[in-house]
Write a protein that binds this ligand. Structure first.
Ligand code: NAP
Length: 337
């Protein structure tokens, strides 16, 4: 198999994890990295045994040996870099969220179509073996017909006044954490008929915490929460007419799920409380299954990956747009002074 030559954009925390997991992925050549400051790229290249280091995206794009760009920069920069890479004839794996809103994501999809190159948003959750097996079990009726979802991703990543979160970077818990519960809801319930949401939005417009209820026909619903300033429990649960399934924390990177089910004819409700766990160990930091899938898809000549096509990224971004619109139209509830 010819090796796919990867170029990494950005030397931050997720790029470090991806560089380490690329080393565990077959068919990969870790060719280049670029930073806004060349010495940072050089240090990164030395750490991860990457062959070439550059001081800007243009320099990376000028290297004709690079086949695919992994874009691990702030949200606000994703679509511009992705579109430039596609226009320069490179494949693209762009971090989640692919864009800051649905029109931003559509720009990437349009550029991908025009260039004929592969493009995908780095929604690694959908490639994790435990997540895939859980979704397959649910679709095969393991909990009957799905009635509700509960999922939350809240971790205190910093102080509410943190200066490292800025509107310029489009820092946002809805975009950063909320995208995972929304993707799970889409996977098992589809696009909501209606929704309502509230958020804790900082005076500069950065949303720090958000929770939403998504409503579907026949009284089905999803309750979702995200926060970057406080804990919300990190598992997810999908309930149905014959039981429920929990994705163990952290649900977006889980290595196991637990089925509590009466499907298959069991009548003893006690069996609901003798759960049936399924474990799929993580590979590396957990990005290897996605990196392998992208590498193989490109080798097979695919332009998108069937597990996370660009239309799904657009649909997810549209739901995030609707949540944002609802949450920002609500009054901000603070503590009484
Ligand atoms: N899939 C996942 O599990 C996962 C986990 C964490 C984050 N993410 C996503 O990955 C992206 C990056 O997150 P991160 O936590 O790695 O962020 P980070 O630590 O702040 O790193 C971002 C890097 O982007 C580069 N950069 C390029 N343009 C920049 C600009 N205008 N302002 C600031 N930095 C710029 C910087 O590298 P140089 O200084 O070298 O240019 C910086 O180190 C986000 O979109 C986030 O949603 C995904």
């Amino acid at each position: 198999m010819t090796e796919l030559a990867w170029g990494i954009v950005g030397t931050g925390s997720v790029s470090r994890a991806i560089a380490a997991d690329l080393a565990l992925t077959p068919g990969v050549r870790r060719l280049a990295v670029t930073s806004r400051e060349e010495p940072r790229a050089r240090e990164f290249a030395d750490t991860f045994s990457i062959e070439r280091a550059y001081g800007g995206v243009e320099e990376l794009l000028a290297d004709e040996d690079v086949d695919i760009l992994y874009i691990g920069t702030p949200h606000a920069t994703h679509s511009d870099i992705a579109v430039r890479a596609l226009e320069a004839g490179r494949h693209v794996l762009v971090e989640k969220p692919a864009g800051v809103d649905s029109s931003d994501v559509r720009r990437i999809a349009d550029a991908a179509r025009a260039s004929g190159r592969f493009a995908m948003e780095g929604m690694w959750m959908r490639f994790a073996p435990a997540y895939r097996a859980a979704i397959e079990d649910i679709r095969n009726g393991a909990i009957g017909s799905v009635t509700s979802v509960r999922a939350s991703f809240g971790i205190p990543f910093g102080d509410p006044e943190s200066a490292s979160w800025t509107v310029q970077r489009r820092s946002s818990t809805l975009l950063d954490q909320g995208i995972y519960p929304v993707t799970l809801a889409l996977d098992v319930l589809g696009v909501p008929e209606s929704l309502c949401a509230t958020a804790h939005v900082r005076s500069d417009g950065v949303d720090l915490a958000v929770h939403a209820t998504l409503e579907y026909r026949d009284h089905r619903f999803a309750q979702l929460a995200a926060s970057m300033t406080g804990w919300t429990e990190l598992s997810a649960a999908v309930s149905g007419s014959a039981g429920w399934l929990t994705l163990s924390p952290p649900f977006w990177a889980t290595d196991r799920y637990v089925l509590h089910s009466l499907a298959g004819g069991a009548t003893d409700q006690e069996s609901l409380f003798r759960p049936d766990p399924t474990v799929h160990p993580r590979e590396g930091f957990g990005y290897v299954p996605m990196l392998r899938a992208v590498t193989e898809a490109i080798a097979d000549g695919l332009k998108e990956h069937p597990l996370h096509p660009l239309q799904d990224s657009i649909t997810i971004a549209e739901i995030l747009d609707r949540i944002r619109a609802c949450a920002t139209s609500q009054p901000q509830l603070g503590l009484p002074t």
